[in-house]
Design a binder for this molecule. Structure first.
Ligand code: ANZ
Ligand code: ZN
Length: 973
């Protein structure tokens, strides 16, 4: 290390300020300290220096040495391993700030977990198939493979400048034949198990280019984005993945993902909605003419709110319904009305009351039914009821449906509304106004037996009860989700490994012939290619049938790129496996992904497809992995597989760019059209007027883009990373304001200056400083100014440890880490009277906590603080600071107490310091501290269910009672 450093110093720019670090193992003695203190921190130079050191040490980015070749999977036990993944990028050619944000978040968490001693996997790869490469090929005549490779090379360089600790040894692109061989294997595996089939489907067909287009490629007028031709709808045989066979499991397991904030509420809601399970019902309302009660009609209606039957106030039939057609024969007024309907708007509230026809609520036939529900209902013909949907008849519930309400108000404005559902906790309706209440809630008194019950429960109950008592109800479950159409009539994708034989039909390509590689078709790319190039690659298309060995043709479709991304995370643990997508051993020790970071734009499709493919593939190959069942227990079918690919999902917000507009014309201004000489008052160069400033989605037309690499080159990777974290909570929009980076730069400079000034004390007790021992001994100077300063500094250190650790664990509050660490820096700098020992120990903690965020500066500072250590990132050992139990001596009446339940930290609460007559362990202590903990609202809300500390069967206090661990029995589902 010594010689390396010398060489670097000799080679590069005048790093006089670094030279001193390396000139001796004990820098403090040889060079006067003031020299350091005035040295200005040059972060980009520091990047270059440490980049070289890393390269010369032949280390991959800090801390990942053990991954330089994917190591054998059995070498470490699973519990110390953590798999952190950010959604892999499409190699468009340029890294943007959105990428930078997501990879910064992932890298910060990865580095933090490594410092905690985890063996972290943080891989990176490329989502490399897709349309842009094909378009570039058409426009510029470049082979998509070449275009993609070039982009990857460039983006990888860009990525490296942000100093993320990616494990490049596991890198792959989905267009690598080694990778898509496994994609094809997955296709065949699903095919074999009946989860893939070919069905006819309507596609957008461009008759000029002879190609199928995605919906996004068809403009609002129905023309091709490229040829301009009017698109035709054609029926083609298409390949489908049967995701619908997994719908129940996909819905069921969302519940698990919602526990403990593992997945964001919003994503869960979107997934649930996409699956779209509706539990509705068909009710039969017997109806009769008042004159001829013997003649019964059965009015069959469809509803998605079966529980509102208690509040049904009328029946409405579509004018197109057969029953109305029939009645119209004897009723000239109805005939006239039906004829008039054609001229009415679809949402009209007009209607026709069928004279003398009365409908009976099916509830009437229940013995226990309440009087109000047994009145006969009027029957209307209402054009807002569609003839082509369901039964063409509805039960009108004005109190809970907007359209029914509008209709009711027009026809019977005096009749009071009947509410069946109420938002009030007592189920009464006093807070409800004369307008429909549309949400779920509690059943009102008119629901009799169901009064007070949740509306969703009551819906099930009433269906069940009516079913038993009569045949007037049928339950109906509908799903929104459809099978996943995965075939694309395109070149740049994974070829579908199927051979079509006239005699034998579609045949899977045999294992030993995988991968089916894409043929080279360069000549087609330039000038005016039409159609799918795979179809014209005749040498490739023509092949022999694996079954009868007769002439046959390859399938010329390729797979949707969502297929690639539905399983790529399974590849990183075992990137060189040519026999299977992943080996059992690798799956066991790495999957599922512990933390998945990415954009909320993937909340639906990508995540749903990934969940489905994971369940299908794992359910077929390794059913015992990831499911809660005992090892070896076989599932009835893969559809029951309860494992999930991503334990935690973190979604980050967008990055918006600073946008300048001309106040007169409203036009977006280019950088050279804005005068920024006074940054707080940007001026329009042309007019001299003040430009308006907003933050908007970055785009070329708004001239508000920022190139991450230029930015990093200017400010250094550390300041850029800290800036990204500091400016906004992870899930919120980040308004990118270059001016704001000075705050973090100043802070990092301050830290650096302080590190150089800090004196290493001669009397360090042992190797690790023990704050609890130190502060419990008043002999260390209690009462002196130095003692007071020590207490002040150490208390801030301990509190910072707790809150920074928590923010890094929670991820969403990462922005607070920077401000908390800034706070600790201030306390440190301001308490000059503190002892060398406390200053030094605090600095050591501070730099360790800065390390995930600003790894380069941390390395530099570490080499000053601990000149004999090679790196601050030590593999396989926990060096992350933990509270040392000293807070109880640090003179505040409150202490933070870390509450762990079943091994997990649930919350940190402030509790009073322990009364002198209670020991810091034992039953009495447990009782006292449990009560104190539960006085906090946060604790009360978090310590419920499986984490209810009142039900503890074991209790372990530690660190003088500032960390308490409970073991609580797991609740059965
Ligand atoms: C009673 C009710 C009460 C309803 C309530 C809604 C809210 P989707 O989700 O689109 O399936 N409906 C049923 N058939 C209809 C038809 N042919 N034309 C127009 N509307 C029809 O909508 C189902 C709901 O739309 C059904 O649930 C029904 O009104 C209405 F508080 O029944 B509902
Ligand atoms: Zn054949």
């Amino acid at each position: 290390m010594y010689s390396v450093a010398r060489k670097i110093v000799g080679q590069s720019r005048p790093h006089w300020k670094f030279a001193s670090i390396w000139s001796t193992t004990s820098p403090r003695t040889s060079i006067p300290q003031r020299l350091y203190a005035t040295a200005r921190l040059d972060l980009p130079a520091l990047d270059r220096k440490w980049q070289q050191i890393r390269e010369q040490r032949e280390l991959p980015p800090q801390g990942t040495s053990s991954h330089s070749t994917p190591k054998s999977v059995s070498s470490q036990s699973t519990d110390e391993r953590m798999y952190i993944l950010s959604m892999f990028p499409y190699p468009s050619g340029n890294l943007h700030l959105g990428h930078l944000r997501v990879y910064t978040i992932a890298d910060v968490i990865a580095r933090f977990r490594r410092l905690q001693g985890y063996d972290v996997l943080l891989p990176m790869g490329w989502d490399a198939f897709g349309l842009p490469a094909e378009n570039a090929a058409i426009e510029h005549g470049i082979d998509p493979a070449v275009w993609t490779r070039d982009n990857i090379t460039h983006m990888k360089e860009q990525l490296k400048s942000m100093n993320a600790s990616f494990d490049w040894s596991r890198e792959f692109a989905t267009c690598d034949p080694d990778f898509y061989k496994q994609t094809q294997r997955i296709f065949l595996l699903l095919h074999k198990h009946g989860f893939v089939s070919q069905k006819k489907a309507t596609v957008n067909w461009d008759p000029v280019d002879n190609t199928v287009l995605a919906n996004e490629q068809v403009d609002s007028e129905g023309r091709s984005w490229r040829s301009g031709a009017m698109i035709e709808q054609r029926e083609l045989e298409q390949w489908f993945f049967h995701i619908t066979q997994f719908k129940e499991t996909l819905l069921r397991d969302l519940k698990k993902l919602g526990e403990g904030d593992a997945w964001p509420e919003r994503v869960l809601a979107l997934q649930k909605n996409w699956l779209g399970r509706t539990d509705g019902a068909y009710y039969i309302f017997p109806a009769y003419m008042e004159s001829k009660t013997a003649e019964l009609h059965k009015l069959r209606i469809y509803t998605t709110r079966p529980e509102t039957i208690f509040a049904a106030q009328f029946i409405a039939l579509s004018p197109q319904s057969p029953m109305v057609q029939q009645l119209a024969r004897d009723d000239p007024d109805l005939r006239a009305f039906v004829e008039r309907v054609e001229d009415l708007p679809p949402d009209t509230t007009e209607g026709y009351l069928i004279p003398h026809l009365k409908a009976m609520n099916p509830l009437t036939f229940l013995e226990s039914i309440q009087q109000p529900n047994s009145q006969p209902l009027p029957v209307y013909v209402a054009p807002y009821v569609r003839g082509d949907y369901e039964t063409g008849a509805i039960m009108g519930v004005p109190a809970h449906d907007t359209r029914d309400f509008a209709f009711w108000k027009r026809h019977l404005p005096e009749e009071p509304l009947k509410f069946a559902v109420s938002p009030q906790p007592d189920g009464l309706t006093s807070s409800l106004k004369d307008e429909p209440y549309l949400e779920p809630g509690l059943m009102t008194p008119i629901a009799g037996f169901y009064y007070g019950m949740a509306s969703s429960t009551a819906a099930k109950g009433i269906i069940f009860q009516l079913k038993t008592a009569s045949n007037l109800v049928e339950s109906s479950t509908k799903w929104r989700i459809r099978d996943w159409l995965i075939s694309r009539q395109r070149y740049w994708g994974t070829p579908i490994p199927i051979i079509h034989c006239q005699t034998c039909g579609p045949q899977p390509v045999p294992e030993d012939q995988l991968p089916v590689t894409l043929p080279k078709v360069d000549t087609h790319w330039a000038n005016g290619r039409t159609g799918n190039p795979l179809e014209s690659a005749t040498d490739w298309v023509n092949t022999t049938c694996p079954k009868c060995h007769g002439a046959a043709k390859r399938d010329t479709d390729t797979m949707d790129t969502f297929v690639d991304s539905s399983w790529y995370y399974m590849r990183f643990p075992d990137p060189n496996n040519s026999e299977a997508p992943i080996s059992k051993a690798a799956a066991k020790s790495y999957l599922p992904v512990d933390i998945y970071v990415g954009g909320v734009e993937h909340a639906i499709l990508h995540l749903l497809y990934a969940r489905f493919v994971y369940k299908a593939v794992m359910g077929i190959l390794y059913p015992e992995i990831g499911s809660e069942t005992e090892e070896g227990k076989l599932l009835e079918s893969p559809q029951d597989f309860s494992g999930e690919p991503f334990k935690r999902l973190v979604t980050q917000g967008m990055v918006h760019g600073k946008t300048y507009k001309d106040p007169d014309s409203g036009q977006f201004l280019k950088p050279d059209e804005v005068d920024l000489s006074n940054p707080s008052e940007p001026k329009v160069v042309a007019s001299g007027k003040t430009a308006s400033v907003t933050f908007e989605k970055m785009s070329k037309s708004k001239h508000n883009g920022v190139d991450p690499t230029t930015f990093i080159a200017k400010y250094g990777s550390d300041a850029t990373r800290a800036h990204i974290l500091f400016q906004a909570p992870v899930s919120e929009v980040l308004n990118w304001d270059e001016d704001k980076i000075y705050g973090v730069t100043r802070w990092l400079r301050r830290v650096y200056t302080f590190v150089q000034s800090v004196r290493k004390p001669d009397n360090i007790p042992g190797t690790e400083f023990d704050g609890e021992a130190y502060f419990s001994m008043p002999a260390n100077g209690k009462g002196s100014a130095q003692w007071d300063a020590d207490v002040e500094v150490w208390r801030a250190t301990q509190n910072t440890i707790v809150s920074v650790t928590q923010a890094l664990e929670k991820v969403y509050t990462l922005n607070t880490t920077v401000s908390t660490l800034m706070g600790l820096t201030n306390v440190l700098v301001e308490n000059g009277a503190a002892s060398d020992l406390i200053k030094y120990e605090t600095t050591v903690h501070l730099i360790r906590m800065i390390a995930p965020i600003a790894p380069t500066l941390a390395e530099e500072c570490w080499s000053i603080l601990k000149p004999t250590e090679v790196s601050i990132f030590v593999q396989g050992k926990s060096t992350w600071p933990v509270p040392d139990g000293s807070l109880q001596y640090l003179g505040r009446s409150q202490t933070s107490c870390v509450v762990r339940v079943n091994g997990k930290v649930r919350c940190v609460v402030e509790i009073p310091t322990r009364p002198a007559d209670i020991a810091d362990s034992g039953d009495e202590f447990q009782q006292w501290i449990t009560e104190e903990i539960l006085k906090s609202d946060e604790a009360l809300s978090k310590l419920t269910g499986d984490a209810d500390i009142r039900k503890a069967i074991k209790f372990f206090p530690a660190k003088g009672g500032t960390v308490v661990s409970y073991v609580v029995p797991k609740e059965k589902e």
